[in-house]
Design a protein around this ligand. Sequence first.
Ligand SMILES: Cc1cc2nc3c(=O)[nH]c(=O)nc-3n(C[C@H](O)[C@H](O)[C@H](O)COP(=O)(O)OP(=O)(O)OC[C@H]3O[C@@H](n4cnc5c(N)ncnc54)[C@H](O)[C@@H]3O)c2cc1C
Length: 447
Amino acid sequence: MDFARNTQTDVLVIGAGAAGMMAAGRAARTGARVLLLEKTGQCGKKILVSGKTRCNLTNTAGLAQFISMYGPNGRFLHGAFSRFFRDELLSLFTSCGVATKVERGGRIFPVSDDARDVVTAMRSYMTQGGVRIIFNSAVSAIIPEGPGGFTVRNGSGDYHARCVVVAAGGASWPATGSTGDGYKMANALGHSLSPLLPALVPLVVKETQLAKSMQGVSLRNIRACAFQCDASAADETLIPSYDSGRGAKKSSRPPVLESRFGEMLFTHFGLGGPVILLMSLTVVRALAKGPVSILIDLKSALSRDQLHRRLLADLDRFGKRKIASILKEYLPAKMIEPLLALAGIDAHTPAHQIGAGGREKIIALFKALRFNISGSLPLSKAIVTAGGVSLKEVAPRTMASRIHPGLFFCGEVLDLDADTGGYNLQAAFSTGYVAGESAAQYARRRP
Ligand SMILES: Cc1cc2nc3c(=O)[nH]c(=O)nc-3n(C[C@H](O)[C@H](O)[C@H](O)COP(=O)(O)OP(=O)(O)OC[C@H]3O[C@@H](n4cnc5c(N)ncnc54)[C@H](O)[C@@H]3O)c2cc1C
């Protein structure tokens, strides 16, 4: 028999992701009877795929830098972070037997490099607190019952709870269970939603043949710069030498939207890899306003003059060699023919026949390989969902709904998203902790 159906529980949590498990565990440890309903057959499916299955659970960044990684909405997190931040999270994991380590960029991972350890720790945090979990239980509606609490409906019946924590996640990677149900539940209860957009998502270019011809090429030490205009109109002299965008200290001036240094890769449809994912939300938002292009500086460490001198010296020195052979020193092999085709130069041309015009064309491509962006991959392929339950209608110190007393939100269902680096999971854990604690306190005050 299903123990909970038609029985009263103090706190009912919807969704066993990072936020929901933390909320359930914390509510139980605050003295509440807690029921967790999870749509899939297991806990933390998204945690298991996070950080390439290694789970980058938080970051060493200082508080101000940390908050800046969420853009303007990051301010909302001051309340949750003042209650439960990185040190508290790491202590919790240590107490559950998960040692952690710091990697490049301050990223924190389990020493075991195994996301399963994070899920196991969260499960033990919950079970030690006495949380009851029902799997394969997809909630379809939350019905407010006045001061008595809520009826929560799933496919096979109703549950009654004094308060409800919605931790149903975003609408990305639906195979992990996050299919946007939390947004529908919130909306049905009168909460407004900021538009849902894919964030940390690969971008699709109009020059698909060019991208496809370089598919699989991964580049390091490049600078990608997004412009709010057609690629042909973008002025490469405006590419800043510094990073701009959220988390960066400097901002960019129009028509530059964002500039990032690092790694990227070409795919059969366009552009992917770390710097592209970081810029993607800015690009997706800008596409609603007009054309967007990305210029890639393949040789950002060298000025045009330096590059010119080096190329000229190489062409002189190896005058009998084919130009394609000389460019092997400059580019991954798979990029040489496509770039020479763009420059209108036959790959077999001997180096001594490349004149000033040809050199200029090659250098122009090195310093600004141009792509027009037509869109992004869909929300289902994004690492996070931007947008969600409007933060104006949620109290930042408690995660309580300002519309329905006894209703709480946490995790990605909220209008919060951040860059890569462990920030999204920290937000889910912190808001989950606060929502669980607040819900338990609320239930205690309303016997
Ligand atoms: C590939 C990938 C890699 C990532 N890597 C990282 C990383 O390394 N570091 C980082 O900080 N962030 C990372 N993220 C983002 C991060 O994982 C998420 O932001 C975070 O897990 C969100 O947690 P959540 O608990 O809010 O939602 P989710 O983890 O999505 O959990 C929501 C839960 O609710 C359940 N649910 C949904 N609807 C219902 C319903 N109707 N009834 C009952 N249950 C329901 C779902 O099945 C799911 O278990 C990554 C994301 C992806 C996709």
